[in-house]
Design a protein around this ligand. Structure first.
Ligand code: AMP
Ligand code: ZN
Length: 319
């Protein structure tokens, strides 16, 4: 518990630091920089060297796909976010951007509140900006606007910081982290083929990095009682697989890659059509860049120069 000026808040609400030995070791080594808020870190140059090398490795692995590269800031339009139904499944994870929208008088009130430790956020109003929850979210409306997909469908390459409000002591569960994704849009057969191909390629990538791994069926953390039913149905239909690497705990390995089949969910929502006017199906493969980086530091040590040469070659010497 911490004491703030409004009284005592439980840790989960206060969202402050606590003890986790792997996280503390990473901070001690300077790889992560603590901000005092759970799951919100700075990164060192060495950490970023690994993130960049992983990103480039993913580009090389997917080079044959002729994916269209699209980049967005780590935020999306609120109307599009509302339309995406993210709030139906994951209201607990969403992050919305609010800004001060008052006048002089309200400004004085903010300053007084800050002085006296009262709540100053009364005049913070929602903007049209929402933090991106998954790198693929801004893509669907853009592709929908272009009209029907070509016969071979499309593959889009995205990379974004993503926000999820899941403050945790576990350094592999961050509130702001980077996700690289390939998104496949097309017919059910095209999506299924893409997903099998990427389960194979993703496993090859992690083997190359000499990290222990396994593939398992998974579900998303849908909210509430109704969410349990949705999660069960997602599992029954084999819609989500994850590549797991033991990082924070050997018993509970961490999802580092995910392979998702959304069926016609986004196609229906956004009106995306195939070349022959069917509702498009979609899927995506997502790479969690911080989790992969933490996996490498966990298994090969905090000093990149002492990593196995084979691993360093896979990341940096691939000419
Ligand atoms: P998901 O959309 O939940 O399947 O996430 C895609 C990928 O992002 C996962 O496989 C993880 O590697 C990564 N990821 C998800 N949540 C977090 C988090 N809280 N912190 C760091 N990485 C995450
Ligand atoms: Zn996705």
């Amino acid at each position: 518990m911490i004491q703030n000026q409004q009284g005592t808040l439980p840790d989960a609400i206060a969202d402050i630091a606590g003890v986790n030995s792997f996280r503390d070791a990473l901070v001690e080594a300077g790889l992560l920089i603590s901000t005092g808020v759970r799951g919100l870190f700075g990164r060192s140059g060495q950490f970023e060297r690994v993130v960049e090398a992983l990103d480039a490795l993913i580009t090389r692995l997917g080079a044959d796909q002729q994916a269209e590269v699209l980049r967005f800031p780590p935020a999306m339009s609120r109307p599009e976010f509302e339309h995406s139904e993210y709030l139906k499944g994951f209201p607990q994870l969403a992050g919305t951007v609010h800004s001060f929208c008052g006048g002089e008088q309200e400004h004085q009130r903010v300053l007084q509140c800050l002085d006296s430790g009262e709540d100053w956020t009364e005049n913070q109003k929602p903007t049209y900006v929402v933090l991106t929850p998954a790198a693929c979210y801004p893509v669907y409306p853009v592709v929908a606007q272009r009209g029907p997909l070509p016969e071979q469908g499309r593959i889009v390459d995205v990379f974004s910081y993503c926000f999820r409000h899941e403050p945790s002591l576990d350094p592999t569960r961050m509130q702001l982290f980077r996700m690289r994704e390939y998104i496949r849009l097309g017919t059910p057969d095209q999506i299924m083929a893409f997903r099998s191909e990427w389960i194979e390629r993703g496993t090859r990538m992690i083997d190359l990095l000499e990290l222990p791994n396994s593939i398992d069926l998974a579900n998303d953390p849908f909210f509430g009682r109704g969410g349990k039913i949705v999660a069960r149905s997602q599992r029954e239909q084999n819609l989500k697989f994850e590549l797991l690497i033991p990082i924070e705990s050997p018993e509970k390995p961490t999802a580092c890659l995910s392979f998702n089949y959304h069926m016609d969910h986004f196609g229906l929502l956004w009106g995306i059509k195939t070349h022959d006017a069917e509702v498009a199906h979609t899927g995506c493969v997502g790479f969690g860049l911080e989790r992969l980086t933490l996996g490498l530091f966990k298994h090969h040590g905090f000093d990149i120069d002492t990593w196995p040469k084979t691993v360093r070659d896979a990341l940096w010497d691939h000419a």
